[in-house]
Write a protein that binds this ligand. Structure first.
Ligand code: HSE
Length: 436
């Protein structure tokens, strides 16, 4: 049988997962490809640690360039992470006409254009299924299964660490600080976990999804991001009393000639399908104009699911090599970029309902001062609950609004927080009421 050779740069958790999949499923992969898919070389600076996978140690090298330059290697798999070196190795591999597979979401979100352009220039294909949603085949879905559609909107739980933390806060009433270390110990957090809990990891993934959905790379900086560190179990409980769950959502929506792209904690109705995605699971809900609603659910991290996703790219490339297919598949799945450039709508223009928790003195006239400022900024209250006294003289006043504009909300809240009767910063959570 003919053989297609793979070189791996980076032998950490995901690298070991890839070796495990290619070894354990060698026969079914060879049957699906028509050629054997073999690991030819693995580069990592650490050659000593036991990765828990059976392999020929002679394949190991400390030198990534050896992998790139090996004339027998047709597919280079970058799993080292980080930006500068990974970028350099990927560009070098492409310049040598090697197809590349990567799981590096930060690199694609922050330097995607350069890498996609290089793939086009050198006529090679870039696979990045593992960069979003771990084992969930969302990149393949956008590139192939949904390719006949205009994508109208996409809403995802894209960070397992945050989802795990929010699940514990919701189900056990524990504060953020008590559960964050558990999430790190479970092994799916980034290093450091700041990138998970401040929304950066989900924003990297949303940048990739938005670029694929609308056909050109969007700048990472245009994606609004806000994390979960300021959320309290009280807010999660009050949201529950209004009929909502709190999730860290990554949202992109088509709005005429603009798109929304934002990551932040959001309240969604408890019967929304994403409200029931718990623990470290990821899920992505997508609506296309012909296909209607689609939902993808699975493990968004971990050696085996992510190894499975990387191998799906290797297999798809190996099939093309085996069949002698010519021409590369463009990274975003568009042979021609869209005629009009996509623009990300500034966050200030977002229009959505809001949840506010004011902390204020429990004395006459306080509510009217707050509601007066809200009225000045065209923010209409849908319901209010005053909870029991928490500190001496201070009460939480919990409010849901009708649709309001983000810029008005930020201005109104700044004025409200300056009122002498307001004792703490107001908590603001956006409400995502769109139908399932
Ligand atoms: N740290 C990520 C998460 C997994 O918690 O979802 C890798 O993307």
């Amino acid at each position: 049988m003919s053989k297609i050779n793979v070189g791996i740069i980076g032998f950490g958790t995901v690298g070991a997962g890839v070796v495990e999949v290619l070894t354990a499923n060698r026969e079914i992969i060879a049957n699906r490809v028509g050629s054997e898919v073999a690991i030819q070389r693995i580069a990592d600076l650490d050659l000593e640690s036991d990765r828990g996978v059976a392999m020929d140690r002679d394949l190991l090298t400390r030198d990534a360039v050896e992998v790139i330059n090996d004339p027998d290697i047709q597919i280079v798999v970058e799993l080292m992470g980080g930006l500068d070196k990974a970028r350099e190795f990927i560009l070098r591999a492409m310049a040598q006409k090697k197809h590349v597979v990567t799981a590096n979401k930060a690199l694609l979100a922050e330097h995607g254009k350069e890498i996609f352009d290089a793939a086009r220039e050198y006529g090679v294909t870039l696979g990045f299924e593992a960069s979003v949603g771990g084992g969930i085949p969302i990149i393949g879905a956008l590139k192939n299964g949904l390719s006949a559609n205009h994508i109208h909107n996409c809403m995802g739980i894209l960070n397992g660490t945050s989802n795990y933390i929010l699940t514990r806060m919701t189900q056990d009433g524990l504060p953020y600080a008590r559960v964050v270390q558990d999430a790190v110990d479970l092994g799916f957090a980034e290093d450091p976990p700041t990138l998970d809990v401040d929304g950066t990891d989900a924003a990297h993934k949303l940048t990739i999804i938005t670029s694929m959905a609308f056909g050109e790379p969007i700048p990472f900086d245009a994606v609004y991001r806000e994390g979960i560190t300021a959320l309290t179990p009280d807010d999660i409980r009050y949201a529950g009393e209004f009929g909502y769950s709190v999730k860290l959502l990554a949202i992109t929506k088509e709005l005429g000639d603009k798109v929304e792209a934002r990551v932040h904690p959001a309240m969604i109705p408890k019967d929304h399908i994403l409200a029931n995605v718990n623990e470290a699971f990821n899920a992505i809900y997508i609506e296309g104009d012909f296909v209607g609603p689609n939902l993808y659910y699975g493990l968004g991290a971990g050696r085996k699911p992510t190894g499975s996703a990387v191998c799906s790219d290797i297999i798809s490339l190996a099939r093309r090599i085996h069949s002698g297919a010519s021409g590369a598949i463009p990274a975003l799945g568009y042979m021609r970029p869209p005629q009009a450039h996509i623009q990300v709508q500034p966050m200030d223009a977002l229009t959505t309902p809001y949840y506010f928790r004011f902390s204020a003195l429990d004395s006459p006239g306080v509510l009217s001062k707050i509601s007066g400022i809200l009225a000045d900024y065209r923010i209409s209250i849908a319901s209010v609950m005053q909870k029991g006294r928490e500190k001496k003289g201070s009460v939480p006043i919990v409010t849901l609004t009708h649709e309001a504009v983000e810029q008005d909300v930020q201005r109104a809240i700044a004025l409200i927080d300056d009122l002498p009767v307001v004792t703490d910063r107001t908590v603001v959570i956006r409400v995502e009421d769109s139908p399932l």
